[in-house]
Design a protein around this ligand. Structure first.
Ligand SMILES: [Zn+2]
Length: 217
């Protein structure tokens, strides 16, 4: 299965993607993580990416595409993937089609109020970027990352006003991409959150059953 997962910042898509990864033995491709890794490497590509990031500029599409191609080439051919954080623009969606076919779109539809509530209780690892939540996804030790022992922090821009702005940006960017995939007859499976308390595993079970129904797993 070659899937893309879409969901607003704070919708929990990283959590769902990593749980599906464990259940399906599938690769999760997180663009942000790939770049974080590249930045640490002393390679031509690393220096190029660093140049853009240090100037506060977006990494140009051709570099992103090359990075993505490299990453896909490293994957075992018989294993699928879930792509998270890419494509972010219609232009990128069109480029992606020239690199790999896509079987399905997983769309998380989470009401704004839930995202605002969740984001204000979110904590992130300074070291590896893993996301926790002091209400719903507590780390084993308060303030410490389960995965790497790094220190957890709260983003200073996790305020309702800034979150609302981020949600609007996400909607403006994502709608044309979804419309584009719809026109290409790529199935879009939507998961709607209705409660703040729904445990991630319930959503993951629902995802598994929908994917089975669609004969994708
Ligand atoms: Zn960590």
């Amino acid at each position: 299965m070659k899937a893309i997962i879409f969901g607003a910042p704070g919708s929990g898509k990283g959590t769902y993607a990593s749980r599906l990864q464990a259940k399906l033995n599938i690769n999760v491709i997180v663009m942000g993580d790939i770049f974080r890794e590249i930045l640490k490497q002393n390679t031509d590509l690393g220096r190029k990416v660093k140049g853009y990031v240090e100037k506060g500029m977006l990494v140009p599409d051709d570099i992103v595409v090359q990075t993505l191609k490299n990453r896909l080439a490293e994957l075992p051919a018989d294993r699928g993937f879930i792509m998270d954080g890419y494509p972010r623009t219609l232009e990128q969606a069109k480029i992606l089609e020239t690199i790999t076919p896509i079987d399905v779109i997983l769309l998380l539809d989470v009401p704004d109020w839930i995202i605002i509530e969740r984001s204000s209780t979110r904590r992130i690892c300074k070291n590896c970027g893993t996301i926790f939540n002091i209400r719903f996804l507590k780390p084993k030790v308060e303030g410490i990352c389960d995965k790497c022992g790094g220190e957890l922090y709260q983003r200073s821009d996790d305020t309702p006003e800034v979150i609302k702005k981020r949600l609007q940006v996400y909607k403006d960017q994502t709608m044309p991409i979804l419309e584009h995939f719809k026109q290409k007859n790529i199935p879009i499976i939507t998961f709607r959150a209705t409660s703040l308390e729904t445990p991630p595993d319930t959503v993951v079970e629902q995802m598994m059953s929908e994917l089975k129904k669609a004969k994708l797993i």
